[in-house]
Design a protein around this ligand. Structure first.
Ligand code: NCD
Length: 304
């Protein structure tokens, strides 16, 4: 990659993506074989919002590369609770770490942080904005399950607040992928994202119902309604539980349909789906380690 930071999936060209995914595939063939790579390197984990997969897979990835990690811990236990600004926090942590992974509830937080430090910043989610490393592991999972080109994907759920959707939709414009967006009307794609997709020439359709479009799909990417981003709880209650993918719904799908989800799920995929051939979401989460190892490798090499 030519950039110092990974802030948005819109930065990634097809070539960038393929380079990282190829490297991840090579790493995955021997996950235990990379510990001599980056001894002495330190990754700073700064999560201002809850995280299980992203935080732990970055932690695992750095350690599997032979590096170490330092973790800011919860916001309550850090000086942010004393009123410290994001700029000051990252400036200090940049003195302790060679790369910083940042998750923050405000859109644009990673971009702002990048202006204050000279170590690479990786955006691990900025509010309803972007989540580009999730996208890389999503693309890796798609590639492993049928390929990226000549594919039809349905992206369902919270398209308004879902940052994984915003990043994935942008990255998919590098490939020959038809994108169907399925959501309640109130949770449709933000206007700027829809505009960018049209500008890029992507083939995009919007729907409010899953069933009619399901038979056409190779991939169904389900997302959680982002309850924490709703200004009004009543609004959340109006849309909660509207989509639930279960074996009955999947009986309308192609036998080869792959069901993905960035996780965590609430009730949008029934547990009975886990045991079907369709379910790829746990494999998807596990792909976070080799993909983040490949990304760290690219950023550290680039920063040298
Ligand atoms: C996602 C996120 O944080 O945006 N989680 C993740 O990183 N896998 C999805 C979500 O929280 O719904």
């Amino acid at each position: 990659m030519h950039q110092d930071h990974l802030l948005s999936a819109t930065q990634l060209s097809r070539e960038d993506i393929e380079t990282i995914l190829d490297r991840a595939a090579a790493i995955e063939t021997n996950l235990d074989g990379w510990e001599a790579q980056y001894s002495g390197m330190v990754l700073g984990l700064c999560f201002f919002e809850p995280s299980t997969r992203t935080r732990m897979s970055f932690d695992a990835a750095m350690k599997r590369l032979g590096g170490r990690t330092i973790d800011m811990g919860s916001v309550d236990n850090s000086s942010i609770s004393k009123g410290e600004t994001l700029a000051d926090t990252v400036r200090v942590i940049a003195g302790y770490a060679d790369v910083i992974v940042l998750r923050h509830p405000s859109e644009g937080a990673a971009k702002l942080a990048a202006e204050f430090v000279d170590v690479p910043i990786i955006n691990a989610g900025d509010g309803a904005g972007q989540h580009p490393t999730q996208t890389l592991l999503d693309l890796y999972t798609m590639r492993e399950n049928g390929g990226l080109d000549e594919t039809t994907i349905g992206i369902a759920g919270d398209l308004k607040y879902g940052r994984t959707v915003h990043s994935l939709a942008a990255a998919l414009t590098n490939f020959d992928v038809r994108q169907h967006f399925i959501s309640p009307e109130s949770l449709q794609l933000p206007r700027n994202i829809r505009y960018d997709l049209h500008e890029s020439g992507a083939e995009v359709r919007e729907h409010t119902d899953i069933k009619p479009v399901l038979p056409e799909l190779d991939i169904l990417y389900v997302t959680r309604i982002q309850r924490e981003r709703f200004p009004d709880e009543n609004e959340y209650q109006r849309v909660a539980g509207q989509y639930r993918v279960d074996t009955d719904v999947l009986s309308h799908a192609d036998d080869n349909l792959t069901v993905m989800h960035p996780l965590p799920r609430v009730d949008e995929i029934a547990p009975e789906v886990d045991d079907t051939e369709h379910a790829a979401y746990f494999e998807q989460a596990h792909n976070g380690v080799p993909v983040r190892m490949a990304l760290l490798d690219a950023l550290i090499q680039g920063a040298k």
